[in-house]
Design a protein around this ligand. Sequence first.
Ligand SMILES: Nc1nc2c(c(=O)[nH]1)N[C@H]1C(S)=C(S)[C@@H](COP(=O)(O)OP(=O)(O)OC[C@H]3O[C@@H](n4cnc5c(=O)[nH]c(N)nc54)[C@H](O)[C@@H]3O)O[C@H]1N2
Ligand SMILES: Nc1nc2c(c(=O)[nH]1)N[C@H]1C(S)=C(S)[C@@H](COP(=O)(O)OP(=O)(O)OC[C@H]3O[C@@H](n4cnc5c(=O)[nH]c(N)nc54)[C@H](O)[C@@H]3O)O[C@H]1N2
Ligand code: SF4
Ligand SMILES: [Mo]
Length: 676
Amino acid sequence: MRVHGTCHHDCPDSCGWVVTVEDGRAVDMSGDPEHPFSQGELCPKVNRFLDRVHSPDRVLRPLRRVGAKGEGRFTEITWEEATSVIADRLHSTIANHGAEGILPFSDAGNQGMLALSGISSRFFHHLGTTRLIRALCGPTVGAGVRMTNGSSLGFDPLDLEHSKLIILWGTNTRLTNRHLWPTIESARGRGARVIVIDPLRTITADSADVFIQPKAGTDIAMMLAMMNVIISEDLVDREWIDEFTLGFDELAAHVAAWSPARAAESCGVESEAIISLAREFATTRPAAIRTLVGPEHHENGAMFFRTLACLPALTGAWRDRGGGLTRSVGSWQEQLIDEAALDRPDLLAGRSPRVINMSRLGEALTEADPAVHDLIVWNANPMVTIPNRELVRQGLERDDLFCVVHDQFITDTARYADIVLPATTHIEAVDVVPAWGHLWLGWNEAAIEPLGEAVSNTECFRRIARAMDLTEPSLYDDDLTLIRDALPTVDIDNLREEHRLRVPYPESGLPWADGGFPTRSGRVEFASEDLEALGHPRLPDYTPPREGPEGPLADRYPLQLLTPKHHLRFLNSSYTHLPGHGDREGGPFIEMHRDDAAQRGLDQDSQAEVHNDRGSMSLPVRITDRVRPGTVVIPWGWWADQHPDRRVANSLTNDTLTDWGGGVAFSDTLVEVRPA
Ligand SMILES: Nc1nc2c(c(=O)[nH]1)N[C@H]1C(S)=C(S)[C@@H](COP(=O)(O)OP(=O)(O)OC[C@H]3O[C@@H](n4cnc5c(=O)[nH]c(N)nc54)[C@H](O)[C@@H]3O)O[C@H]1N2
Ligand SMILES: Nc1nc2c(c(=O)[nH]1)N[C@H]1C(S)=C(S)[C@@H](COP(=O)(O)OP(=O)(O)OC[C@H]3O[C@@H](n4cnc5c(=O)[nH]c(N)nc54)[C@H](O)[C@@H]3O)O[C@H]1N2
Ligand code: SF4
Ligand SMILES: [Mo]
C-alpha cells in the first residue's frame, strides 16, 4: 500500500511524500514525484524519516519522572494514571490560583493545521488559561511589511523564474528552502543575476553572482542609502509612486541625509557596493527581493521589513511578474482557513486572560506575577530553541512547577517534565499542511497506526479534557470534523483524493500591480501614521541595536554572535540526537575569523570559552573566512548533552523583544571569547 502525505516540519518547502506500508509497518518513504514544488525530492533530514519513526529512543508510553528535574529518569505509567495526575493538578491550580496559573507552550514542531491548533486552542480557551504569544518565527516579518503595504502578502516564489535580478536578502535558500533553488537556477539560465546579502557567507552566498556582507542588524542603514541613490539619481517610477504611494516627498527629504558614505560607516559595506546595488535594483526588470525569516531576529527586526517593503514601491517593481517582494506565502493559505471555527476563541466567554510572549519563557517561569504553576509543552523544545535559555532552565528547575511535555523523544525540555506523554509522528496521524513556501495546501494521510501508545496532539488534549470531566462538546470533535469546519470552502474528499490543492492566487501573478493596498490610505505608506501612533518613527529609520557593535555593551563584549541554522541534517532542534544526523555534523563549535582568534591567543581547534552576562560555554574553535572580523558563529540546534558543559547556543542569546511584531532579537547578541 502506498500512502500520500505532506511533510509537517517547520520548513517552507512542505514536500509531498509517499509511504510504502507492508503489514501495517512503514517500510519505505520517498518524495512524491507529482508534487509540483518538491518534485519527488525530500532532503537529508527527511530522507531518513523512518529511522526517526522507528528509533529505539521514541517515547511510546506515558512516563512519570523519578529522578531530579533535568536528570532524565522516568518510569512508565498508563495513560489513565498520567491524565488523572494532570487533571488533578490542573483542577487544583485553577481552584487555588486561577486558570492564569497555567501556561500552554507550543511552537511549530509539527505545522500541520490540527497539530498546531484546534483542540489544544479550544481546551485552553475553555479553561481561560494564560495565552501564549507564539511569535518566535515569522510574525515580525509580517508585522513589518504590513506597516508599509497594509498586508503581508508577497508574490509566489515560483515566479522568481521570470525575474532578471534576484536579491536573496537574509535568507539561506540552499539550506532552508532548498526546493526553491532550481527555480532560481532556471532564472539564472535565462540571464538573471543573483545577489546575496548576509552577514555570513553561507552556502547560498557561495553560489551567488554578488555577495554583500553587512554587519548583522545594520541593513536598514544600507536600505536608506539605496533609497537615497534611487531618488537622487531619479531612478524612481514616478507614475507608480503618484498613483499608489503616500509620503514620497517626506521620504525623499528624510533619506537625503542617508548618503552611502554614512550608511557604510554603520553597516561596513563600501559605498560603491551600495550605489551599484541601488542602481541595479532600480534599472533591472523584473527585479525581485526574496526574504524569509532570518533578519527579523534583531531589535530592529520589524523596521527591517517595513523598510525593505519600501524598495519595490519606489521603483515600481510590483508592475512585473517576478518583480517586487516575495516572502512567506502562508497568508495566501490562511485565507482558506476559518480560524475562529478551528480555535474557538468564543470559548473564552468574555474573559481576557493575560498573555505571555514565548520568547520570554525564562522570565515567565521565574518572575511572572501571578506565578506560572503549570507548564504544558507540545510541538516545542524550548530548552534548545528559546533565547536566554539558562533562565528557562532555572524556571524549569523550580520544585513547585508542574510540567507536562508531549513529544516523540526525551528532549532537553522533556528531561524537566513531571509527566511525558508520547506523541505520534506525522505518518501516524491525519492532518492538513498549509505551506508557507508555496501555494499548495497538502493533505496528510495517516500511513500507519500510532506506534505504542503514542497519540496525536488533538487526541492528547481530548484525553486530558476527558480526565478533567470537561463537558464542552467541541473539545471532543474528531479530526475530520475539525478539518471540515476549518476549511469551509474546500471539498475535503477531493483534497484527500488529489493529495493537495492550489490555494487562490491572482492568475496574472501580480498581487499589487494595480494597487489595492489595504492600508488606511489604500496606498503603500512611505510615511505611516499608524506607526507614529504606536510610538515608532513614521518614516523608515535606522536605530542601531542596543546589543550591537554601536551599542553600550560593545566595550565589554566586542564580538557579535550569530547562532544560525547551518546543518543539512537538522531541522531546528530536531534530528540532532539521531544516528546519521548529529554524528555526521561533527559536534558543536565556534567559528571565528583568524584575526579575532589570534588577538585572543586562539587557533584552529583551541578550546575557547564564550561568555556574556547570560552564560558561558566552552567550545572548540574553527577558523573561518565566512565572517568578517568582529562576528563569531555558533551553529544552532545541538542539544545539551552534545555540549561538554551542557550548555547550548541559546545559553548566550538575547531575549529582548523586537521593535514591534512580538519577535525576539537573538541575533543581537554580544560575547567575548577567551582561551578555556
Ligand atoms: N539561537 C537560535 N534560536 C532559534 C533559531 C535560530 O536560528 N537560532 N530559530 C528559531 C526558529 S525560526 C524556530 S521556528 C524555533 C523552532 O523551535 P521549535 O519549534 O521548538 O523546534 P523544532 O525542533 O522544530 O520542534 C520542536 C519539537 O516538536 C516535536 N514534534 C514534532 N512533531 C510533533 C507532533 O506531532 N506532536 C508533538 N507533540 N511534538 C512534535 C519535535 O520532536 C521537537 O522536539 O527556534 C527558534 N530558535
Ligand atoms: N536545513 C534546515 N532547513 C530549515 C531549518 C533548519 O533548521 N534546517 N529551519 C526552518 C525554519 S524554522 C525557518 S524559520 C527557515 C528560515 O529560513 P531563513 O530565513 O532562510 O534562514 P535563517 O537561517 O533563519 O536566516 C537566514 C540568514 O539570515 C542571516 N541574517 C541574520 N541576521 C541578518 C541581518 O541582520 N541581515 C541580513 N541580511 N541577514 C541576516 C543569517 O546569517 C542567515 O544566513 O528555515 C527552515 N528550514
Ligand atoms: S524538512 Fe523541508 S525540505 Fe525536508 S522534506 Fe520536510 S519540507 Fe521538504
Ligand atoms: Mo522558524
